[in-house]
Structures are given as C-alpha cells and as structure tokens.
Ligand binder design. Structure first.
Ligand code: NDP
Ligand code: OXD
Length: 326
C-alpha cells in the first residue's frame, strides 16, 4: 500500500504546478520587474508583497530592503535572491531563515553601468569640470591652470564590479590598483590586502573608489584615519553603501583640503535628508543611488536558473557567503 504524506504530496505537486515568485521591495519601483517576468515567464506567477494570494506556492523571494520577518510568511521558500549586487539589506534581517541559500545579481549590464558611472566621476575630477563650471558662472577664461589633474585610482573592494572597472580604467591609460580581503593576483592590476597592504594601497593613490560590500568589517571604513592617508586634494567616489563612509569625517577632510571633491551615490539615509550638509557643498556631487540599476530582463533568468538548480541539486550561481556577509 502506498501512503503519501499530505505535505509531501503538496510539495510534489507544487514543484510541477503552483510554483510562484514573490518580490518584496516596498521602497522600490517594481512594475518593470513584473512586466519583465510576465514577458519571460508567462506561465508562472509573480506576486508583489504584500499582495500574495497563495503564500504556500512561493518558492523564491526577490528582495530589496524587505521588512524584517516578512520571509517567514512563505513556508515553502527555497531561494532568496537580492534584486541587486548587494546583500546587506537581506542579511541584516535577524529572522532570515538560516537554511535558505541567498544569491545576488552579477551581470554584464550592471557592470557596464557601474563602469560608465565611475568613469564619468573620475574623469570629471581629472579634467577639473567642477572648476570650469565655477569659472563659467564667473565668466572666467582660464588657460593657465594645468587642465588635467594627474590621477592614480585605488579601488577599495576589487570584486566582480571593481575588477571589471579597474580593467576599463587601465584600458584608457589611467593607473589603477585594487584592495580586497583575500590576496588577489592580476597580470596588470596590482592588488593589495591585509593591514599593511591597505597602507601601501592608500599611500599611492589620489582617487579612492569604494566598491566594498557593507559588512561588519567594512562599516565606517572610510573615516578620518583612512582619509588622512590620502594626499592633499584627493577625490573620493563612493558607489557602494552610505554606511561605509563617516560623513562628518569627509566634511572634516574637505574642510582641511585633504579631499578636494567627493562623488557620492549612496548615503546613510536614502533619500538624503534635505538638511544634510552634503547638499550645501559645492564640491560634492550627489546622485540618488543610480550608479548601476539592475535590469530585470538580465536578472530574472539568473534567479529562475538558480531555482531550477536548487531543485536539481546543482551548484548555485552567485551564492552569498552568509557568514562573511557578502
Ligand atoms: P563582490 O562581492 O564581487 O566584491 C566585493 C569586493 O570587496 C571583493 O573584492 C572582496 O574581497 C572585497 N571585500 C569584502 N570585504 C572586505 C574587507 N573587509 N576588506 C577588504 N575588502 C573586502 O561585490 P560586487 O563587486 O558585485 O559589488 C560590490 C558592492 O557594490 C555591492 O555590495 C553593493 O553594495 C555595491 N553596489 C552599488 C550599486 C549602486 O548603484 N550604487 C550597484 C551595484 C552594487 P575578496 O575578493 O577577497 O572577496
Ligand atoms: C546593488 C545596488 O546592490 O543597486 O545592486 O546598490
């Protein structure tokens, strides 16, 4: 006699019939994700939290700053994926179910956008565009100032995005080096790691690009002590997370000339509060966390492939090391 437990039967049937995905991203626009999903997977269901008619059918959650504990609403979840490259917003949830694999997005379009954004910032600094904007306002025609600031770029966090960026920077003939947690060898990009490596890294650059993940180790890493190790008149580009930077320390470093210009795409609080002093600084470029925005057409196939991989016992793409925090 064959006895199939009710729960097992449900799981068996659901893997064939009722599979669905939920997006939990209350602070972000999701209509284009829904449109993309419907185009790519017309036979599957995508719910947008909190409107989930059948939570038991949900096998995958796509998250961006999901409310703490919201993943517990889905008893048959198999996979949690970030909607972007970063996973700090996921891992900070103390109720994140420990048995679930967490994945993130690594994709060519995301990389390309990050490359063009950071290139635009560092070339803006290199070619003194802030100065020429000021000159224009005062109708000054200055042909005496050397028009190019010599630069050497350091990428703090030379991972998927950082390394691709370094190769592009190198490709246009600008000196670039990197810093990572583990030792990294690259034929053309010198890479540093460890405490001594960090000193050597900071001691030879005048453009610091932060592309670190936000973890216990990296929070507040761009502080007075770090900024002091850069030469006078340096440039900071933070495209990682606002919490990497100690805001008051940057203001201090700008006041005493250590940092001449800062390009900030990410902030402790987003949107940046209207009374934040960064808004008043002429040499601070502000953008609304748009350096590189995930394209759903590129991201969804990765997520769905991972769901297939879980069900078939295959290695996942871009799985996060939850213990390391990235
Ligand atoms: P990766 O995980 O591929 O790379 C992270 C890099 O940081 C790795 O080189 C890693 O070292 C290094 N790292 C981690 N911890 C430390 C540490 N304690 N000390 C030194 N180095 C460390 O991430 P991605 O390149 O894909 O993305 C980086 C970040 O960029 C994301 O986490 C996200 O926050 C941000 N981001 C921002 C966007 C925006 O629009 N502003 C868009 C996309 C991403 P190792 O190589 O040794 O592991
Ligand atoms: C990301 C981001 O992590 O957009 O992808 O910040």
């Amino acid at each position: 006699m064959y006895f199939i437990h009710k729960a097992s039967l449900y799981l068996l049937l659901s893997s064939f019939f009722f599979m669905s995905v939920v997006i939990i991203a209350p602070t972000r626009r999701t209509d284009h994700w829904k449109a993309s999903f419907e185009k790519l997977y017309p036979n599957e269901t995508l719910y947008t939290w909190p409107d989930v008619a059948d939570p038991e059918s949900v096998e995958c959650a796509l998250c961006w700053y999901h409310p703490e504990g919201s993943l517990l609403e889905f008893p048959n979840l198999k996979l949690v994926s970030s909607m972007g490259a970063g996973v700090d917003h996921l891992l900070k949830d103390p109720k994140l179910p420990a048995h679930l694999p967490v994945t993130r997005i690594v994709d060519e379009l995301l990389t390309q956008s990050m490359n063009t954004f950071v290139m635009a910032c560092l070339l803006h600094f290199h070619r003194r565009f802030f100065k020429y904007e000021r000159d224009k306002k005062a109708k000054i025609w200055d042909i005496d100032t050397i028009p190019e600031i010599p630069i050497k770029v350091g990428i703090l966090g030379i991972g998927a995005l950082g390394m691709a960026l370094a190769e592009k920077i190198k490709g246009i003939g600008i000196d670039v080096i990197g810093y990572s947690r583990n030792v990294k060898l690259h034929e053309q990009i010198p890479c540093y790691s460890g405490a001594e490596g960090l000193k050597q890294f900071l001691g030879q650059i005048n453009v610091l690009v932060c592309l670190l993940p936000l973890t216990r180790e990296t929070e507040g890493i761009i502080n007075r002590e770090m900024l002091m190790q850069l030469p006078e008149g340096s440039c900071l580009i933070n495209v990682a997370r606002g919490k990497h930077l100690v805001d008051d320390d940057l203001l201090w470093a700008m006041d005493n000339g250590r940092i001449a210009e800062a390009y900030l795409d990410v902030f402790h609080t987003e949107p940046l509060p209207k009374d934040h002093p960064f808004w008043e600084r002429e040499n601070v470029f502000i953008s609304p966390h748009m350096a590189s925005v995930t394209n759903p057409d590129a991201a969804l196939p990765q997520v769905m492939e991972n769901l297939h991989r879980i069900k078939n016992g295959l290695t996942l793409w871009h799985q996060v090391d939850v213990a390391a925090g990235y």
